[in-house]
Design a protein around this ligand. Structure first.
Ligand SMILES: [Cu+2]
Length: 146
């Protein structure tokens, strides 16, 4: 009987835990803390199962995962331009993403899920083909590494 009661209590705790998944907002901005054409914040840390909501605060931006810059078993993603876009992250690791319209202007960001940085080396090796994008990515990666 005690064991059954404990099991029931554990189930309730699990249910409460699942309900606590957070939603984190990232704004798409023409002008922000990191300069022009930025995601704010440019780097976020979330738990597995949390949702990131990209807010189209300024128009003409979008969010697309960068090939080679997400965990190997995770699906890539891409939003349309100028619309809010929500996404649940269920696979731990680092996710690098960009605004395809403004990659050359350095509009990139990072999401770290479940405190898992096992694909850090792959993210560090990314070449976005644009100096400003690579500079911003390097600066974001430096925030993970320290
Ligand atoms: Cu953009």
């Amino acid at each position: 009987m005690n064991a059954l009661r404990s099991l029931a209590a554990a189930s309730v705790l699990l249910a409460v835990g699942a309900a606590q998944a957070a939603t984190v907002e990232i704004k798409e901005l023409n002008n922000g803390p990191g300069g022009t054409f930025v995601y704010d914040p440019g780097i976020v840390r979330i738990n597995v199962g949390d949702v990131v909501k990209f807010i189209a605060t300024d128009p003409n931006h979008s969010v697309t995962s960068i090939r080679g810059g997400i965990p190997g078993t995770a699906a890539g993603f891409a939003s349309r331009r100028s619309v809010d876009y929500g996404l649940e992250f269920t696979v731990p690791g680092i996710y690098a993403y960009e605004c395809t319209s403004h990659r050359s202007l350095g509009m990139v960001g990072l999401i770290i899920v479940g405190n898992d940085t096992s694909n850090l080396a792959a993210v560090q090796k990314l070449d976005l083909g644009a100096q400003l994008a690579n500079q911003r990515l390097t600066a974001l990666v430096a925030q993970i590494a320290r």
